[in-house]
Ligand binder design. Sequence first.
Ligand SMILES: [Zn+2]
Length: 282
Amino acid sequence: MHRALALSMALFALPAAAEQQSPLVVVLDPGHGGRWPHDGAHGRRGLHEKVIALQVAQKTKELLEQQGATVILTRDTDEDVPLADRVRIANEAGADVFLSIHCNAMEKHEDRKVTRGVETYFLSPDPTDAEAKMLAQLENGGPDAVPLPKASDAVTGILNDLALGQARNDSAALALIVQQHIVRGTRAPSRGVRQAPFLVLSGTRMPSALVEIGFISHPREGHMLGGKTYQGKVARALADGVRDFADKVLARRLVAQVRSPAEKPDGVPVNAASVASPGGTR
Ligand SMILES: [Zn+2]
């Protein structure tokens, strides 16, 4: 068959091939839960990261379900779910996408007043910078709960698993797409796509990212994060991001595998390679 004709036929077949698939399975992970020290970051006037993360996750679930996706939350109440259990839930569900939802916070008073914006992470043993390293320690349960060298070993082990190579590549693409959507949807300053050794991302066997949807410690951003209007914007952006990722990356690979498994066995999406090292550390 003529090459151009074959290509146009393959392109024509793309939506049909995507439609034949079973529903997209998404696991959303509202960070933290329960009592101190597992309740996450705090803002002014009783704002809690664990509450905002859950509210945004529930709204995102609703929006994705309206689009036909199957969505599972790792927690649907204010409970302390261990990180390993969150990973297990995602793996046992056979999720296509895993997204962990968190709020950021600064410690020092002078930083709390000025630092705001959104950032999205994918897994790497090499944090983008000292801030990313500290954040991963915090989200992993604090420097005492999980020493970073141990976490880093676990991450390296996972990354050495060749079967997970694709999921890792796709995680970078997922983080980029989610970050683009949340910046566009909220108009919050972008702190970029970053990488760090998050434990909750280290055991999942599907494309996974962790999004910091804003700074609960910032007077204005924290206040907005606590409100339904802004939460709705964030949820819409996350749902659109997941859907966009599924369309652009997952469906594309599916079609590539159907067409020519021998030609392109790994099915690496072209856009993943370009975002694999935003921090330049790998
Ligand atoms: Zn958190």
